[in-house]
Design a protein around this ligand. Structure first.
Ligand code: AMP
Length: 416
């Protein structure tokens, strides 16, 4: 399935294409049709699953076709950081739509307060607010909710943990009863469910179960430049004895190149890829299963198919694009309650992707120091590493003027 399978506005699809979003994540696949059908929704999903886009995209689609623009949507989030991240995603997606948004949170200076106030007086489509600051703005009388169509509560469990229960109810009292409410929470304890029952009408419930890597896998990572990766494999495999090693690379070309170069380094390695005849593939796989072959190299296709006992090391030569693939890849080791090691190589461009994987598995993977003879690797700073290709961030949007700030270019991925 692709985003083009939804009945999205063509300009929203343009924004998605420009940002390189092609395939919806499971929560997006399930939630988008429900939200487009204007149903209330309970989404049990954590950060890293793509939950933000799951509600932002259908809301933007509804806003484009709606008469009721200002103020159309209120998104309530527990923290300033999350409010900013949601706003950044909205900016990216709405680049071609001319939909405006503003994050409203406390802790800024007087200028921020004035900017927020002006935005609301000028008629903004979407606000993303932390509960306390939203109540302050309501008290000032700056916000009119007459046109409100959507309310989103994001990370509801965290908001309750932070003591925002009463604040949320106070805010909801101000909103029109006829609205669409979307409620997201990573967990669903009874108190959260009671709140959901109170504020949602006949909701559809979606649960995204997260697969977790097996406990027996020791996960590690190295932050490396591309040109250091092969030497690192050589060093790791000569430093410690591994009997059965699976190496994943993202493309067939990388698999073939790695195959040639590792053999040149004298390692007992072979690759499997689609250019080989079926019989050749079977032969390589048999050698690997019999432990005559120590190192097998392949793409993600291998991660879902291969069932070999006794793999003691998995190397991710690059970071898989999809976090679920990471779990599948490393799951090839430590099968059936044995132990195994999974090592991921993270170059500059893959840092953000790896951060997303860590969010999904709910765990930080230790980044080990490179062996001294390899020299220094890049600095690890996933917060500033995106998939963008050096875009400047200047507003080159022509027709669709956003009233309050310049917008991110759609080829700059949002930070989360
Ligand atoms: P979230 O769970 O909403 O915090 O999203 C986690 C990260 O996944 C964000 O960096 C998004 O930009 C990214 N993301 C969400 N959906 C997709 C998708 N369909 N394709 C690629 N990246 C996505």
């Amino acid at each position: 399935m692709t985003f083009h399978d939804f009945t999205f506005h063509p300009r929203l699809l343009d924004g998605l294409d420009a940002m390189g979003f092609s395939k919806p994540t499971p929560i997006q696949e399930q939630a988008i049709p429900v939200i487009l059908a204007k149903r209330d929704l309970i989404g049990c999903a954590q950060t890293g699953t793509g939950k933000t886009a799951a509600y932002v995209l259908p809301i933007l689609n509804n806003i484009v076709g709606s008469e009721k623009r200002h103020l159309n949507t209120v998104i309530i989030a527990p923290t300033r950081e999350l409010a900013q991240q949601i706003d950044q995603q909205i900016e990216g997606f709405s680049y071609f739509l001319g939909v405006s948004s503003i994050p409203i949170y406390g802790g800024g200076d007087g200028a921020t307060w004035d900017q927020q106030k002006r935005a609301m007086e000028g008629g903004v489509d979407i606000i993303i607010a932390t509960p306390g600051r939203l109540i302050a703005q309501i008290a000032m009388g700056t916000i009119k909710f007459d046109h409100l169509e959507h309310l989103v509560l994001d990370e509801a469990d965290r908001m309750l943990d932070m003591g925002f229960y009463e604040d949320i109810l106070r805010i909801i009292k101000e909103l029109p009863a006829k609205r669409q409410t979307l409620f997201f929470s990573a967990t669903m304890p009874p108190k959260i469910r009671a709140l959901a029952n109170k504020i949602l009408q006949n909701p559809v419930e979606i649960n995204i179960a997260i697969s977790k890597p097996a406990e027996g896998i020791l996960q590690q990572a190295y932050v490396v430049h591309n040109e250091q990766k092969e030497k690192l494999i050589d060093t790791l495999l000569k430093e410690k004895k591994f009997n059965s090693v699976l190496i994943f690379a993202s493309t067939k070309e990388n698999v073939k190149k790695l195959d040639r170069n590792l053999q040149r380094l004298g390692l007992n390695a072979k690759a499997i890829h689609s250019d080989l005849e079926q019989t050749e593939r079977e032969h390589v796989l048999r050698e690997f299963k019999n432990k005559q072959l120590t190192i097998l190299i392949g793409t993600d296709v291998l991660s879902r198919g291969i069932d070999v006992e006794g793999i003691d090391l998995v190397i991710n030569f690059d970071v898989p694009p999809d976090p679920e693939d990471y779990i599948h890849r490393i799951g090839r080791t430590a099968r059936a309650a044995t132990t195994g090691t999974a090592i991921t190589f993270i170059n500059e461009m893959d840092q953000r992707k790896f951060f997303r994987i860590e969010s999904l598995i709910g765990k930080e993977v230790p980044k080990l120091a490179l062996p001294a003879e390899l020299g220094n690797g890049p600095v690890y700073n996933p917060e500033v590493r995106t998939h963008s290709h050096g875009a400047s961030g200047k507003n080159k949007n022509s027709g669709n003027k956003k009233p309050f700030r310049s917008k991110r270019r759609p080829d700059q991925r949002p930070r989360s």
